[in-house]
Design a protein around this ligand. Structure first.
Ligand SMILES: *Cc1c(COP(=O)(O)O)cnc(C)c1O
Length: 409
């Protein structure tokens, strides 16, 4: 699909003053051969990302494939033999992508990504099926989302279909050996990444960038016995905010969340349940989408999850798949509801014996059955059970307090 045909999900309405939304619209609407903002078209059209131009430089030194347990015990993520890189410059567009031996990148210390978080990524899995076939799970969704993320942070656009083809090309080379036939049901994790590489400290959109795709081992994140314990976020911390970028898979969303996660782990919890606003809206659990199954006071069973329209949460491929499956197959017994809901509503349901279950869903954690939906899981979709423990973090420290010049909280 050409970038020009992508309809950006900009906040609509009468407000036409949203600079970010307009910038995204312009960017997605720009054909590479047209000049920006109506200026004369450049003489040489900018090259599109083109998977058919992929060059192959295969390793002469393939590494032995470790068993999964060994691969996942070290402190360093183990990647496969190859990676794909493609560089982009504002002057020429995308260079031919290259499949080459996995190895370190070389970046100027002034590179944009190292200072201004011009980075976004994707995460999807390649599976060795029980039928012996290799499969990717909905890579088109990841490619589309990656375009949305790059666009949000002024990294270059690309036709998502070409990224999808590159994912397949890399898996075609490394998949057969790194997902051996005798490891049925195993998976590798694919991490496409785009970074701003311009060696310039000026705070501006990068004029050089690199797309790279690596493939790694990833531990199976089974829920601990009794389920994953969630700790609600500190009252003075939000993961994302309306008008922010919580909906994009950009690195800038994750680094700042680690402080709370680290503290929660010290207290014996697995992940943070990120709440939003004074109302305490439930948004996401760690870096996965969060769901609750409850009975309404009228006795109706609902699968409830945070909505996408306020752009606080990530539009997870697992989330989307799960809601689709639930609507398609469970509509007789379960109503699917995407709406804002508060932690108090969850607690109330718990108290009144109406809470059926809660679980987190995402590529990384899609591994354990949640007992309420186990009957309906597909090969690709299984959901981890999260048992909810909800102490609000108390103040004062160790949590830093929000700076408020008026002394109000
Ligand atoms: C990646 C991610 C998810 C899950 O998305 P999937 O496409 O299902 O893997 C959910 N929330 C956040 C914040 C994420 O980064």
């Amino acid at each position: 699909m050409a970038p020009g045909t992508v309809t950006p999900q900009v906040t609509g309405g009468d407000q036409d003053l949203n600079l970010t939304a307009s910038a995204i619209e312009h960017k997605l609407g720009d054909k590479p051969s047209l000049g920006l903002n109506g200026s004369a078209p450049p003489k040489t059209p900018l090259a599109e990302l083109d998977a058919s131009k992929l060059t192959y430089n295969l390793t002469t030194n393939p590494r032995p494939v470790p068993d999964e347990a060994t691969a996942n015990t070290g402190t360093e993520t183990v990647c496969t033999d190859h990676m794909i890189t493609a560089t982009w410059s504002a002057k020429t567009g995308w260079a031919a992508p290259e499949l080459k031996p996995y190895g370190n990148l070389s970046l100027a210390p002034t590179a944009s990504v190292l200072h201004y978080a011009t980075e976004c990524f994707e995460g999807l899995k390649a599976y060795r099926g029980f039928d012996g076939k290799l499969r990717l799970f909905r890579p088109d969704c990841n490619a589309q989302r990656m375009l949305m993320s790059t666009t949000r942070i002024s990294l270059p656009a690309f036709p998502p279909k070409e990224l999808e083809k590159l994912l397949l090309a890399l898996m075609a080379v490394d998949g057969p050996r790194w997902l051996p036939k005798d490891r049925k049901g195993s998976f590798l994790y694919i991490r496409p990444t785009v970074i701003g590489t311009s060696a310039q400290l000026g705070v501006q959109a990068p004029h050089e960038a690199m797309l790279y795709i690596i493939v790694s081992f990833m531990p199976k994140m089974d829920s601990p016995a009794g389920g994953m314990k969630l700790h609600t976020s500190p009252e003075d911390t939000v993961r994302a905010w309306v008008g922010g970028f919580g909906y994009a898979k950009v690195g800038a969303n994750y680094g700042p969340s680690l402080l709370a996660t680290q503290e929660a782990r010290k207290r014996g919890f697995g992940q943070i349940l990120w709440l939003y606003g004074p109302e305490g809206y439930c948004t996401e659990a760690g870096a996965s989408n969060f769901f609750v199954v409850w009975k309404t006071k009228e006795g109706k069973t609902q699968l409830v999850t945070a909505p996408l329209d306020d752009r606080l949460i990530l539009d997870g491929v697992t989330r989307r798949s799960l809601l689709g499956l639930a609507k398609e197959r469970l509509s007789d017994e379960l109503e699917v509801v995407e709406r804002r809901y508060t932690i108090d509503e969850v607690l109330q349901a718990e108290k009144e014996g109406r809470l059926v279950e809660s679980f987190a869903a995402g590529t990384a954690v899609s591994c354990t059955q949640s007992y309420g939906l186990v009957r309906y899981h597909t090969k690709m979709l299984m959901f981890s059970l999260a048992v909810l423990h909800l102490p609000r973090l108390c103040y004062p420290p160790p949590w830093p307090r929000r700076y408020d010049p008026h002394g109000q909280r």
